[in-house]
Design a binder for this molecule. Structure first.
Ligand SMILES: *Cc1c(COP(=O)(O)O)cnc(C)c1O
Length: 359
């Protein structure tokens, strides 16, 4: 071992993203991306973008984007912080808010990046177990802690909690920062943004990656009290002043302006989700009650891993987690109607014929 090796920051388990095939012809239902294109205004702004302006640095405060988000969410611009996807925003929140030395809390089954950031920043953490139906138990969050983060709706379970739940957690945790990761809130569930007036220790994180069809642009944001946003900005300006590039600012702002397209796209996905859930249940799957753009499903007779592999042979990609408690589940992103029909047809080929089984 070289002398300097021991001084390198090593992370044993970095985050593993869903497989990104180079072949665009595959049916990609493994990363909760939106199957529809971004809003027409985004496409137009991209076409009209003045390439020569790229010689300049982007706007330091990303005002154009922040103002649109603030207007849409009916909060002050000084309550909004934007980043390179919500991953950047949440990572920045961990660095800024979780410095007490006490363990932070998040569920055992949740977005698998939380423990990675905690490891990266040397933040101790504890992971209370979801109950046997994969619901978060609020009593687990009543104990002394260094901060709390949970996803609502949760991933990969797809299950949402109500505002009464979040309010209860906040009431029991007034001395720490509570982050609610609302990556999927636009597909169902009630946003905690309405609680911000009452709780100055609440941070609500959202993203353009799922409901706004802009995963590739990398735009995410959080809304919180001015004081908390100020703290985040101080940390950000001590690390990388220009996180938001010109295109992310411009196209992100255009996306927010087009509310009609936004709600239309969400409605289509919810309708397809309802249809897909019925189809999967007829095929012998049990699906959690989804408030997201994906279904979390387990089959009564065939192992999830086997289904996953057989779908992959047919160029249909879904997500399987080799993790205790959820290794017999598949996380299936809601695609277009056509993609979901393709999935259902493939499953009909793959799954054992019930009549044969029963003799
Ligand atoms: C997708 C996702 C994110 C991060 O998305 P970005 O593309 O970085 O905005 C954060 N949290 C959860 C629960 C997610 O599913």
């Amino acid at each position: 071992m070289k002398a300097w090796e021991k001084n390198i920051r090593t992370i044993k388990h970095p985050y593993v993203a869903g497989y990104q095939p180079k072949d665009y012809s595959v049916t990609k239902l493994n990363a909760n991306e939106n199957p529809y294109p971004p809003a027409p205004g985004v496409v137009k702004a991209m076409e009209e973008f003045e390439t020569s302006s790229l010689r300049l640095y982007p706007a330091l405060n990303a005002d154009e984007l922040i103002d649109e988000i603030a207007h849409f969410k009916q909060v002050k611009p000084s309550q909004v912080f934007v980043g390179v996807g919500s991953d950047d925003v949440i990572g920045m929140c961990f660095l800024t808010y979780f410095n007490s030395g006490k363990p932070i809390l998040f569920p055992d089954i949740t977005y698998s990046f939380y423990d990675v950031w905690a490891d990266l920043y040397r933040i101790p953490y504890e992971c209370p177990k979801l109950d046997e139906k994969f619901h978060i138990k609020k009593e687990d969050y009543y104990k002394d802690n260094g901060g709390i983060i949970f996803a609502n709706p949760n991933a990969p379970t797809s299950i949402a909690v109500g505002l009464d739940f979040i309010r209860d957690v906040l009431e029991h945790n007034q001395d720490v920062i509570v982050i609610v990761d609302e990556a999927y809130i636009d597909f169902g569930g009630e946003s905690a943004v309405s609680l911000l007036e009452e709780y100055d220790n609440l941070v609500v994180v959202q993203t353009f990656s799922k409901s706004r069809s802009l995963a590739g642009l990398r735009v995410g944001y959080c809304i919180a009290s001015e004081e908390l946003i100020q703290a985040l900005n101080t940390v950000k300006f001590s690390y990388n002043s220009y996180t938001m590039n010109m295109l992310a600012i411009k196209l992100g702002a255009e996306s927010v302006k087009d509310t009609e397209y936004f709600y239309q796209t969400i409605d289509k996905i919810i309708a397809t989700r309802t249809w897909s859930k019925e189809q999967l249940e007829q095929l012998g799957f049990t699906c959690m009650d989804s408030s997201t753009n994906f279904l979390f499903a387990t089959h009564k007779s065939m192992a999830a891993k086997e289904i996953f592999e057989k779908l992959q042979e047919r160029k249909i990609y879904v997500r399987h987690f080799d993790k205790e408690r959820i290794d017999n589940y598949l996380r299936i992103t809601i695609g277009t109607d056509q993609q979901m029909e393709q999935l259902v047809n493939a499953l009909k080929e793959i799954l054992p014929d019930e009549k044969n089984i029963n003799g």
